[in-house]
Design a protein around this ligand. Structure first.
Ligand code: UDP
Ligand code: MG
Length: 358
């Protein structure tokens, strides 16, 4: 049985939920009600940290309203859209719970499943990740590309990344503390949470359809995530150039020998422009592909060298002693922050501010 530190000290909550939100006005009120109901069943204290990832709808005002009504609701307001994976990272940086649970806002990760994650944590597991057995309401194209992706990454990654597990998972505080040290720029959080190790276990669930609103992951973003995942956890794409080089060099060596023999025996096969053109184009194509692959890795090195902060928090709402603790914490993380000790409830000002950037 796991010892819960926070319950004894009664300062920090036992559970922290981390929920990145980007234009999720349609789901928030219902999500909040479901969370209150589900977390009430745990019998422990909890907080929920919404990370507002540069929403342009009423997401922030709704979060402020929830925070005003219920101090367990906290919100980080990013200065712009930094992306889903970075929003999760920020949630980890601020979460205070003994266990931290990451989930999507759209209730595709049903809040009820959180209780099963908690059950495993109480049994002593450090990372409990939720594996999708079925996914409702998603196109065959998304299902197929996701399936190909998870299998590719599994076969070439240096570490074991579970099949069909998204970001929906629970992590013990010590895992979260370990994760906080990983500040790489192009992040694949599920990979990082495998990388840190510890005692991990899967819980199976059926993924629901999105409750309201539209997916925030178009093909372009899915591809970016996939490339980040592969380049973060594998050098295989770079090695492919070497293998291909050896194979092509071997084939051309045979070709040279065959050509010499045919020439000596008076044959005129393999002559002509078409043969030359095709082989030049073929090799040119292959070289460009590998140049591109090297470029992907190079771009990532460049991102690391620039060493910019991962995100910028414009406002913090509901964090106890935000002015001091937040400033200290963010100083350590190298993040720029303008902390608000008082929740700023001037909703219209925020909306106007958001609209200005459009
Ligand atoms: N999200 C975010 N920033 C982004 C994209 C998405 O914070 O740039 C959030 C989004 O609000 C949701 C979660 O990430 O809570 C997952 O997004 P979505 O449900 O659209 O992805 P899907 O389930 O369609 O893959
Ligand atoms: Mg979703």
């Amino acid at each position: 049985m796991r010892r819960m530190h926070n319950a004894e000290q009664n300062t920090r909550p036992v559970f922290s939920l981390v929920i990145p939100v980007w234009n999720e006005e349609a789901v928030l009120p219902v999500l909040y009600d479901r969370l209150v109901e589900v977390m009430g069943n745990t019998g422990e204290s909890w907080e929920v940290i919404f990370v507002n990832d540069g929403s342009r709808d009423r997401t922030l005002p709704i979060l402020l309203e929830l925070n005003n009504r219920d101090p367990r609701v906290k919100a980080l307001n990013f200065s712009r859209n930094f992306g889903h994976q970075v929003a999760i990272t920020a949630g980890f940086d601020y979460a205070e719970g003994d266990a931290v649970i990451v989930m999507d806002a759209d209730m595709q990760d049903p809040p009820e499943v959180v209780l099963r994650l908690i059950e495993k944590w109480r049994e002593g597991y450090d990372v409990v990740y939720a594996v999708r057995t079925k996914r409702a309401g998603e196109s065959w194209f998304k299902l197929w590309t996701a399936s190909v992706f998870y299998r590719t990454i599994r076969s070439i990654a240096d570490i074991e990344i579970p099949l069909d597990a998204g970001d929906f998972r629970l992590m013990d505080r010590r895992v979260v503390l370990a994760m906080r040290q990983l500040r790489e720029k192009n992040r694949f959080m599920r990979g990082l949470s495998s990388w840190v190790g510890y005692k991990q276990i899967a819980v199976e669930y059926e993924r629901a359809a999105r409750f309201a609103g539209e997916t925030k992951y178009p093909l372009r973003k899915m591809l970016k995530l996939a490339v980040n995942a592969i380049t973060s956890f594998s050098h295989v794409p770079l090695q492919l150039a070497t293998y291909t080089g050896f194979i092509l060099a071997g084939i051309s060596l045979v070709g040279i020998i065959v050509t010499i023999i045919m020439r000596l025996s008076g044959s005129s096969a393999f002559l002509g422009q078409a043969t030359t053109l095709v082989s030049v184009l073929f090799l040119g194509g292959i070289q460009l592909i590998f140049l591109g692959i090297i470029g992907e890795y190079l771009g990532r090195i460049y991102d690391e060298v620039k060493n910019r902060p991962l995100y910028i928090v414009a406002d913090e709402y509901g964090f106890a002693g935000a002015a001091q603790a937040g400033a200290r914490r963010t100083e350590r993380l190298g993040v720029t922050v303008r902390p608000h000790s008082q929740p700023d409830l001037d909703v219209d000002k925020h909306l106007a501010g958001g609209a200005m950037h459009e």
